[in-house]
Design a protein around this ligand. Structure first.
Ligand SMILES: NC(=O)c1ccc[n+]([C@@H]2O[C@H](COP(=O)([O-])OP(=O)(O)OC[C@H]3O[C@@H](n4cnc5c(N)ncnc54)[C@H](OP(=O)(O)O)[C@@H]3O)[C@@H](O)[C@H]2O)c1
Length: 327
């Protein structure tokens, strides 16, 4: 381990620990599919737990993965990995998982939400750990197939057996994370920072900033094609510039105009009002009010990009013609 940064790599994680262990993956969605396939490719003993009449059965058969009812997989497994949607997880835990848990099992979560907000309280005689990949299931699988991985945050909530942390590291290696690195965290830190990152940046600001800037250009009469190129397409090229080397590299790599305009207008746009709002959002996450609000409202929100149907259609056609050609 790197003592200062709490980072763990392949050399810090013992895959042998999982060699005689049965791993039950509950759910076969974004993460379930990716993690189950990565574990299978490690020659570890994995079985997927699904509901009766699951739409995933055909896919599981095609992929030659073992599967069974959720309750049976929980009874069979030594490690139970919770990969169903967060908002349904406690219901599924109470109906199919809780009564089938055994002494000394390990429950793995890929997000701390249900433990942190006490929607799930596992019994004292099991380990409770987190291995939360910093990326979607598609990335977790694709990077693994390339011989790489997606980093994970790992944490221990409850250590019954005395080796929970070793199990968490080994699991993060099994899905490919320690090829890049796993970071030591806590359920609280992962949950609160994950929600904050989503809300103020990833799914809150970025899509909203893009669509608002498109709207401003389109309402001023610019063509949807050109507006889309500057406000949407170029985002990826900019992210690629700073992703590995930081913002200093970005500002050194762009034109004088882009640097001067970006810095002066960035200071104007992203001002103290935004910082105050970010702090308010963080406070709502920390005091649980966001969680309570979402419990009753998560199904009644959809994104409105505020563009006219005509402009939407033009942008859709443009994207289809560009990306279909390059895919
Ligand atoms: N998505 C991501 O990018 C991502 C990234 C990091 C961490 N995580 C975490 O990973 C966990 C799983 O998220 P996910 O996005 O992978 O979930 P997901 O794709 O939405 O999960 C879908 C799976 O859950 C099953 N399922 C849905 N409702 C069910 C029910 N009522 N009873 C039994 N099974 C049910 C589905 O069954 P059927 O096949 O029968 O439909 C399917 O197999 C979450 O804790 C999430 O926070 C996700």
């Amino acid at each position: 381990m790197n003592e200062k940064l709490n980072l763990y790599f392949n050399k810090d994680a013992n895959l042998e620990l999982l060699k005689k262990i049965k791993i039950g993956i509950i759910g076969f969605g974004n993460q379930g599919r990716a993690q189950a396939l990565n574990i299978r490719d490690r020659d570890l003993n994995v079985k997927v737990g699904i509901r009766a009449n699951s739409k995933s059965i055909e896919n599981l058969k095609d992929l030659n993965l073992k599967y069974d009812d959720i309750g049976k997989v929980v009874s069979w497994a030594d490690i139970v990995v919770m990969l169903v949607p967060d908002k349904l997880m406690s219901k599924i835990y109470n109906s199919d998982i809780k009564e089938n848990l055994k002494d000394d099992q390990t429950i793995v979560f890929s997000h701390g939400y249900n433990i942190h907000y006490k929607l799930i309280t596992p019994p004292n005689n099991v380990n409770v750990v987190m291995v939360a990949p910093s990326g979607g299931g598609r990335n977790v699988r694709n990077e693994f197939k390339k011989g790489s991985g997606v980093p994970s945050l790992i944490a221990v909530h409850q250590d019954y057996s005395g080796n929970s942390f070793e199990i968490a590291k080994a699991y993060s290696r099994a899905i490919g994370s320690t090829r890049i690195c796993s970071f030591l965290s806590t359920f609280k830190e992962e949950t609160e920072t994950d929600l904050f990152g989503e809300q103020v940046l990833l799914t809150g600001s970025i899509p909203y900033m893009i669509s608002k800037s498109l709207k401003v250009l389109l309402e001023d009469g610019y063509s949807p094609e050109v507006a889309w190129f500057v406000c949407y397409y170029e985002i990826k090229t900019i992210v690629d510039l700073f992703h590995e080397k930081g913002f200093d590299f970005l500002y050194k790599s762009i034109s004088d105009t882009a640097r001067y305009g970006g810095i002066t207008r960035g200071d104007y746009l992203i001002d103290e009002t935004i910082e105050t709002k970010m702090k308010h959002i963080l406070a709502q996450i920390k005091d649980g009010s966001f969680h309570h609000e979402m419990l009753n409202n998560s199904n009644n929100k959809s994104f409105d990009d505020e563009l006219s149907d005509e402009n939407k259609e033009k942008i859709k056609k443009l994207m289809d013609s560009i990306f279909k050609k390059t895919c």
